[in-house]
Design a protein around this ligand. Sequence first.
Ligand code: ADP
Ligand code: MG
Length: 202
Amino acid sequence: MNATDDITTEESSAVTLDHVTRTYKRDEFEVRALDDVTLDIPRKSFVAIMGPSGSGKTTLLNLVTGIDHATSGRVAVGGEEISTMNEREIAAWRARHIGLVFQFYNLIPVLTVAIARAIVTDPTILVADEPTGDLDAKSAEEILILLTQLKTQFDKTIVMVTHDPRSERFVDAVYRLDKGVFTGAEKGGVSAKATAALQISA
Ligand code: ADP
Ligand code: MG
């Protein structure tokens, strides 16, 4: 599957990036953190943004949450264009539409609190930057199962930045970045199986 070839319309998309470029100035040099990225993330999906360190993963997440602005191009979340909002509008919008899931370390109870909030406030998307960070295999799997449950049982859309290959089998799709370029999306490993197992055990 290639996300840009998908027939998904913006109404069924949680996130749309349309020719998005983000450059930063460092001394006299220009760093192209994201380079003409066009992609779609469907609603009610759990996706991973993967790529080597410095490939633009956090930059992409920051654009989707309105923490940062694109240098050019268009960013829409839940069908709403956020790239044209001013700071006040974006702050109000973020409070309603974005759920942030922070790094968990070993605090599963904290995650349960984050999940409770996500369900109560019903944000358009949940975002997580490297949630399984330094976790051991078992804890990482618990986190990934909980995130999967948020999707299957509560219809959440989850966008997770990670370079943890253990997460691939839990997600619906992996979106790959390389040096700021989106190189395509592919289906996650055994996501369908993992989902079925969760529904049986629920
Ligand atoms: P990743 O999360 O994939 O490791 P980042 O999105 O953090 O990558 O960074 C992508 C590129 O943009 C890197 O070369 C990084 O150094 C650069 N970059 C990110 N944020 C800034 C910033 N605020 N100022 C200058 N350069 C930045
Ligand atoms: Mg990062």
